[in-house]
Design a protein around this ligand. Structure first.
Ligand SMILES: [Zn+2]
Length: 255
């Protein structure tokens, strides 16, 4: 397939790119029997067991390799506790000794790929064109970012007590389509990967979040991820409840 790469904008053969890194799906597929449970937000559709890793033809091979090497491999090793220093407390997990700006750019590179992707699972999320363009040049040219650009909140999904039919390891296999939130004076984009819930704000930032320790900006020296129950995320709670009801009713769909 020969067309224009979305990152370098050169006419090149495109490869099948994964906005949420493929290795996240490989982990899900390994954990289950090669399939992920996809949450579907109504009480009629069975939970779909999916082998679709939400890929799309977006980037040339060079750019795909660049994103993998500069960001994805590093970010995934970090979240899995393989690099940096991971500290667990009563309230959450903290990643110390890491390059904060590299981390912020990794998250933004995922958001950018979600925004430009034509895959139907990413259709809820489309940044305004000027933000897509800005993110593209930050990622491609490794430009410095302002400290308060795109503040983000990352939580570690964990239920405070056992939920029947839902195990702790299930939080790592939640695969939900990214979605947008609208606040009175701000907007955000949210997505989940390997048990972390990520919310990135753009254009403005809600006042209620301003002093919270879990808000990540370029001022932080560590990434603090508060524990949050997936059932407390309003966009998930209804769907998760329906998914559990469907599982107990034996209505998991075929692959
Ligand atoms: Zn390219």
């Amino acid at each position: 397939m020969q067309t224009v790469c979305k990152l370098c904008r050169q006419p090149k053969a495109l490869v099948n790119s994964h906005s949420i890194p493929d290795s996240l799906f490989r982990q899900i597929f390994k954990a289950g029997s090669g399939q992920a449970v996809v949450l579907v937000g109504d009480d009629v559709t069975p939970n779909v067991l999916s082998q679709d890793s939400w890929s799309d033809y977006l980037l040339c091979g060079d750019c795909e390799r660049f994103l993998n090497e500069a960001y994805d491999e590093w970010g995934l090793r970090l979240l899995r506790g393989k690099i940096g220093q991971l500290h667990r407390s009563e309230s959450g997990v903290t990643f110390h000794n890491l390059d904060i700006n590299r981390f912020r750019k990794w998250i933004l590179s995922l958001m950018w790929r979600i925004s430009i992707s034509g895959h139907k699972s990413y259709s809820n999320v489309n940044f305004p064109r000027e933000i897509e363009d800005h993110l593209r040049s930050v990622i491609l040219n490794q430009l410095p970012m302002c400290r308060f650009d795109y503040p983000m909140v990352i939580t570690r999904l964990r239920t405070p007590q056992p939920v029947p039919g839902f195990s702790e390891s299930d939080t790592r296999t939640i695969q939900a389509a990214p979605f947008a939130r609208q606040y009175p004076v701000a907007r955000s984009v949210c997505f989940v990967m390997i048990g972390f819930f990520v919310e990135v704000f753009f254009e403005s930032f809600p006042k209620t979040y301003r002093k919270k320790p879990q808000v990540l900006t370029g001022n932080n020296s560590a990434v603090f991820c508060l524990y949050q129950s997936p059932f407390d995320i309003k966009e998930f709670s209804e769907t998760l409840g329906q998914a559990l009801a469907k599982e107990s009713g034996g209505r998991n769909g075929p692959a």
